[in-house]
Write a protein that binds this ligand. Sequence first.
Ligand code: ADP
Ligand code: MG
Length: 249
Amino acid sequence: MTDVLLETRGLTKAFGAVRASDNVSLSLCAGEIHAIIGPNGAGKSTLIGQICGTLVPDSGSVHLAGVEVTARPPQARARLGLARTFQVSQLAMDDTVLQNAVLGALGASGSPWHFFRPALSDKTMRDTAEAALARVGLAEQASAVTAELSHGQRRLLEVAVALTLRPKVFVMDEPMAGLGTEGSASLTRLLDELRREAPILLVEHDMDAVFALADRISVLVYGQIIATGTVEEIRNNAAVREAYLGEAS
Ligand code: ADP
Ligand code: MG
């Protein structure tokens, strides 16, 4: 059987009369990139919020590596291996690139924040941080001040910070947003490799990136998944074309 690392079952969440999530069931399996696409207001952020623990569903459940986490706070899910990136940048702009990566490693170790300074000289954490920076191609920028990085490099650094947590699952909310062609291309290459370390649930508007990366695509419209399939299946799905892809072209 395929190894399911993240699963939602019948997630439903209403805001007043709006059903932002309407019985959403999906899975994320080892090794895959599962993209969630849909027009503005379809309920993508609401879904991500329930998966990551910032929103509590009205009904339904969320399962992470076999553990039900529906009622658990975001930090507890992070400790179980859920890495969320790109919602709001958590980077400390005045710190160096390496310091930011070490902060991530520190979070994973469970140490309190005020031990940060000693942590920079802690060899294990430094090694973990340096390995993560090398993984995303930022080894040479390790001692640069984070504010000096390009937008695209900061995205890569956010991935490096997430990597220091040794995640079981990545959840990424529009990682390509605001990146130029070059930035999108290097992030696309990185995500393509990262799926082997941990599968990625990818909410993304950049359809070039989605079609290049996704093993499966789920299309969300008015809070409901109207189709799940491979790139080819989704491209050729009449309902999807009408509800979403047609609108975009
Ligand atoms: P997407 O991320 O796909 O653009 P959202 O999940 O942000 O969609 O929103 C889905 C629907 O839920 C929209 O109709 C939106 O207006 C509504 N919604 C989202 N969050 C709230 C909220 N906190 N209060 C009221 N309505 C909300
Ligand atoms: Mg959104």
